[in-house]
Design a binder for this molecule. Structure first.
Ligand code: NAG
Ligand code: NAG
Ligand code: NAG
Ligand code: NAG
Ligand code: NAG
Ligand code: NAG
Ligand code: NAG
Ligand code: NAG
Ligand code: NAG
Ligand code: NAG
Ligand code: CA
Ligand code: CA
Length: 575
């Protein structure tokens, strides 16, 4: 006990050296924030059981302070049988013992706030675990719980309709006990809650309140587009995408199981709830960010407006750089188009946001080319609005190596689809240093294998502030985001050729220019560009990609700027 107390004091002292505790009264704190997603199971394992945990996050908290992020979003830490890595929750208001205790969560919130960092929790409203007390009671037809889930009559061999689970096969599971089918849009251990029941709305608001009372600063809302389904249970039409197996979710067009109009209203209801909560108590805004993979025209309404005020999410994740950009076929023109399409669809009152990776997608250095990773980081951080970092991205971690036998992702339990579908590659443990298990723990086991790349690719090797490294660039870019042109400036983006993209952020007479020559069309030759829209001749190099020949502080001509393949430059211009 005494030892523990000493350790806590030490931690506090070390961190408070950098302390910039939260400025209360800043309602707009989130509008230009850098959010950092922690996937807790892979972050840091403090007790050598192979799984990352809350104590591990506390042990590494000084790294988040050093990185300079404004907010941390934790993927689920709640009690769960872990069928879908914690996205199958058996009790929303209990912490899974694998991750630690409620006291540790409280300590994490306090530590974060002492260091000026906000804490966002994951909120998983579409479904619970089949081990949740509500589901057990509902399956049992216990009074009051009968309609907590989507129950439909049928016979064991005839599901109610053709709907498919996101994780393959019918979305319906027969319950022997209740002699009815229940709906599950993910695994069969994840029964869908019934949002046509007002009691479910109450219960789920109580979950929000529970964590708001603990002082969290907002929620990332998981898979919300699946909240409602067609009441008439109509069959969905074929998508007619070639080569898709009949049990694959993409075999059908999800017109009756995703993005129903009621889903938007649900988000607006939660927004009202968190706004009222903070207004009544005189607190800073509590932020809602929604996870929706959909067409632009179905994504933007999650923000929602009426009479000039925003009704819905503070922002809904912009996944278009993740989903619509393919290293093999896309050009700088495509990149420009993806950025402009999003910006043009977004009314000025909405806050933009940019994402290159998360726990559901291949890590972007792997996806977009290891040599391109600095350039993409420059774009991600200097485009307007919120920037989101998936843990490990800040030091350039790449996908790990995972075999089928080592795989853990329930959506990929079939060797034929493993490589293509599994999300295990982006979930391997964080590579802290070049010690055993990359410093993730000291034990023999890890829940997913540590990537063999860790000997060369780890955070510790990038901590020297005097050397150009990916992490030093990350820190510098997070700081640069606070400068006027990045925070408030206008945005222009141009494709100069198939390979080269220029982003210009301008505020009064100050400009921040990102010039980036992507290297994927086998371009081996340098390219000379003229940065558009700038009247003076010279700028000063603020940052370079790792193997650039340019030096920070050098003066370069923006009228005739030479770029090498894969080179990314950030240039300050004043005129
Ligand atoms: C969830 O866990 C908390 C804390 O252990 C407990 O108080 C509560 O009754 C549980 N709720 C349900 C629905 O099981
Ligand atoms: C199941 O229902 C019976 C009868 O209504 C009730 O006595 C029992 O407590 C219920 N069990 C659960 C787990 O809800
Ligand atoms: C969104 O646009 C697509 C075409 O890109 C169209 O098929 C669809 O009906 C539109 N959806 C809505 C809700 O307007
Ligand atoms: C891109 O090309 C590489 C090499 O030609 C290939 O291995 C990879 O599967 C391709 N990726 C996609 C998404 O088509
Ligand atoms: C690793 O495994 C070996 C052999 O099973 C055991 O002797 C050793 O104590 C383990 N080390 C740790 C840190 O768990
Ligand atoms: C990492 O550690 C291994 C073994 O301890 C050593 O052989 C290797 O040179 C180290 N790599 C780097 C880049 O320091
Ligand atoms: C640019 O890309 C397009 C389409 O990928 C291709 O047709 C064209 O030849 C390329 N232009 C140059 C100059 O490489
Ligand atoms: C790049 O060059 C390699 C080897 O010269 C060739 O196999 C490949 O098709 C080229 N890729 C593109 C996109 O031109
Ligand atoms: C631009 O920089 C070059 C090289 O440092 C210098 O010779 C030139 O005078 C500068 N031009 C202007 C307009 O300052
Ligand atoms: C893209 C996606 O499906 N993200 C999450 C949605 O919810 C399911 C089930 O909760 C998770 O497995 C996914 O990670
Ligand atoms: Ca652990
Ligand atoms: Ca649902």
């Amino acid at each position: 006990m005494i030892l523990k107390a000493v350790l806590l004091v030490t931690t506090f002292v070390v961190l408070s050296a950098n302390a910039k505790s939260i400025q209360k009264g800043d309602q707009d704190w989130w509008k230009h924030a850098t959010f950092y997603q922690i996937y807790p199971r892979s972050f840091k394992d403090s007790n050598n059981d192979g799984n990352g945990d809350l104590r591990g996050i506390l042990d590494k908290f000084s790294h988040l302070v050093d990185a300079g992020v404004d907010g941390v979003w934790l993927s689920p830490i709640y009690e769960s049988p872990q069928v879908d890595q914690g996205y199958d929750i058996s009790n929303y208001t209990a912490i899974d013992p694998m991750y630690g205790t409620l006291d540790e969560l409280k300590e994490l919130i306090a530590t974060a706030h002492d260091n000026g960092i906000r804490i966002i929790l994951d909120y998983v409203p579409n479904h619970t675990s089949d081990q949740h007390a509500w589901f057990k009671a509902s399956e049992n037809r216990t009074e009051g719980y009968e309609d907590y889930y989507v129950w439909v009559d049928g016979t064991p061999d005839q599901p109610p309709n053709n709907w498919l689970s996101c994780f393959r096969g019918s979305a319906w599971k027969w319950s022997e006990k209740r002699q009815q089918y229940y709906l599950h849009q993910f695994t069969e251990q994840q029964p869908d809650l019934n949002y046509r029941n007002p009691k479910v709305h109450e219960e789920m608001k109580n979950v929000l309140k529970y964590y708001l009372d603990l002082g969290v600063d907002g929620f990332r809302i998981d898979a919300v587009l699946y909240a409602y389904e067609d009441e008439q249970l109509r069959d969905e039409p074929r998508s007619n995408i070639p080569g898709i197996a009949p049990d694959d979710h993409d075999y059908l067009l999800p017109i009756y199981t995703a993005n129903l109009p009621e889903t938007y209203d649900l988000v607006y209801e939660w927004r009202k709830y968190v706004d009222e909560y903070s207004e009544e108590r005189g607190l800073d805004a509590k932020v809602l960010m929604t996870e929706v993979y959909a067409d632009l025209n179905e994504t933007i309404p999650y923000y929602g407006t009426r009479d000039g005020s925003i009704l819905g999410a503070h922002f809904t994740f912009n996944f278009f750089l993740v989903k619509n950009f393919d290293l093999n076929i896309s050009t700088a023109n495509d990149l420009q188009r993806i950025v402009n399409t999003w910006m043009n669809a977004l009314p000025d009152i909405y806050t933009s946001n940019w994402v290159l990776g998360n726990h559901d997608n291949r890590r972007y250095p792997t996806r977009l080319g290891v040599e391109n990773k600095d350039g993409f980081l420059m774009l991600l951080t200097l485009l307007p609005g919120v920037a989101v970092t998936y843990n490990g991205e800040e030091f350039g971690q790449e996908d790990g190596e995972v075999t089928y036998d080592q795989g853990q992702d329930p959506s990929a339990r079939d060797p034929a689809i493993f490589e293509q579908v599994s999300r295990d590659f982006e979930r391997t443990p964080l590579q802290w240093d070049n010690t055993t298990n990359a410093g993730f723990n000291e034990g023999n086991k890890t829940w997913l294998p540590v990537s063999k790349k860790y000997h060369d690719l780890n955070l510790a090797s990038q901590l020297d502030e005097g050397e150009i490294s990916y992490f030093q660039n990350y820190k510098a870019l997070v700081r640069k985001r606070k400068e006027d042109p990045a925070r408030l400036g206008s945005t222009d983006i141009w494709a100069m050729s198939n390979d080269t993209i220029v982003l210009k952020r301008s505020y009064e007479d100050k400009h921040i220019v990102v010039a980036f020559k992507l290297g994927w069309h086998n371009s081996t030759t340098e390219e000379t560009i003229l940065v558009p829209g700038i009247s003076c001749e010279n700028g000063t190099i603020a940052l370079t990609s790792a193997d650039s020949k340019q030096k920070v502080g050098d003066v370069v001509s923006v009228q005739s700027l030479v770029l090498q393949p894969h080179e990314g430059l950030v240039i300050d211009v004043a005129c």
